[in-house]
Design a protein around this ligand. Structure first.
Ligand code: ATP
Length: 333
């Protein structure tokens, strides 16, 4: 079992309020991703869950039990950091087994668990190496292995992929997804990469400035953002926000439309504009169109689209997929 409940968690450093009342329920076996811009409080919240930091007020409950007075090592939590935090002088095998050894686990049990974890992570061939003899991706797998052998109730990942190059990041992301499936383990995962959030999460928690903006399944957040912040944060390229007054709406403050929900045509359409810039990504094309009615808008076209800066084009938003926001930035249903 591994459930987590956060009740009105607040944290201040001096006069600075970093977390302003966080409530969250994580079910057993769920993979929950915290996303949000730099400085919004993601790592602080994770450290409070781990017990590495005390909340100013509020309660952390692990499996229904208040964890406030339980030291980090006794919480049944294993944390995987961005920086791996491996011991350079120890072999892979000893790095993975060290926590168990310190906890007094019998040697035979350590051997069994390390063997199981190294098989799961394809580390069998590296057990006698030291961290310096491994690639970044292999080091991160060792760090994950060290968490696995502890068979924790809760795994915490703090931006575990951000030191890896793009290809390795994709591989390791798949690895974590597979582990989550195979272990049915409860995992909390912090990232500022929204692709990781979208692809890994059962549930995404969008944090901003110490508060939760919205909690939902990835596609729920994509399809039904609660407000401008979430609408702008989830989705890449980011949603276009158009001042509604420019379009003649007076009850609405902002119109939102995603780049992938706009079509272009050289002859006719809703907004006319000139191409400012074209990006060919291979599978698709990003067009930046400077339009009189809507301002500068980003359009994502599937496949290769041939045009060049200065060309005149018409853009038409899919009216079924536009969003309206009020002056406070909340969605209007
Ligand atoms: N020990 C500390 N003392 C004072 N301020 C702190 C301390 N730790 C964090 N903060 C501040 O709290 C805020 C939240 O930091 P936190 O590291 O939780 O953000 P984050 O969302 O994880 O950011 P990032 O994505 O950049 O890692 C920041 O403004 C940071 O400067």
């Amino acid at each position: 079992m591994g459930t987590l409940k956060l009740e009105n968690i607040r944290k201040s450093f001096g006069s600075v309020d970093v977390l302003k009342g966080i409530d969250l329920d994580v079910r057993d076996g769920e993979l929950v991703v915290f996303v949000g811009p730099s400085g919004c409080g993601k790592s602080t919240l994770l450290r409070i869950i781990a017990g590495l930091e005390d909340a100013t007020s509020g309660e952390v409950l692990i499996d229904g039990e208040a964890a406030g007075h339980i030291p980090p090592a006794k919480r049944g939590i294993a944390m995987v950091f961005q920086t791996y935090a491996l011991y350079p002088h120890l072999t892979v095998r000893d790095n993975m087994g060290l926590g168990l050894k310190q906890a007094g686990t019998p040697a035979a049990e350590i051997t069994t668990r390390v063997a199981k974890a190294s098989a799961m992570l394809s580390l069998d061939d590296y057990l006698t190496r030291r961290p310096a003899e491994l690639s970044g991706g292999q080091r991160q797998r060792v760090a994950i292995g060290r968490a696995l052998v502890r068979e924790p109730k809760l795994f915490l990942f703090d931006e575990p992929l951000s030191n890896l190059d793009a290809a390795l990041r994709v591989n390791t992301r798949l690895e974590i997804a597979r582990l989550h499936r195979e272990l049915s383990a409860t995992m909390i995962y912090v990232t500022h990469d929204q692709v990781e959030a979208m692809t890994l999460a059962d549930k995404i928690v969008v944090l901003n400035n110490g508060r939760i903006e919205q909690i939902g399944a990835p596609m729920e957040l994509y399809n039904s953002p609660a407000n401008l912040f979430v609408a702008g944060f989830i989705g890449s390229p980011k949603m276009n926000f158009i001042d509604a007054e420019r379009l003649g709406h007076h009850t609405v403050k902002t119109i939102g439309v995603r780049p992938e929900h706009i079509t272009v045509d050289p002859k006719a359409g809703t907004w006319q504009g000139s191409v400012m810039h074209v990006e060919h990504l291979g599978p698709d094309t990003n067009l930046y169109l400077d339009s009189k009615e809507a301002g500068l808008i980003t359009i994502r076209i599937f496949g290769e689209y041939r045009t060049e800066p200065g060309a005149l084009l018409y853009a038409t938003p899919d009216s079924a997929r536009t969003y309206r926001f009020d002056a406070a930035g909340q969605i209007i249903a």
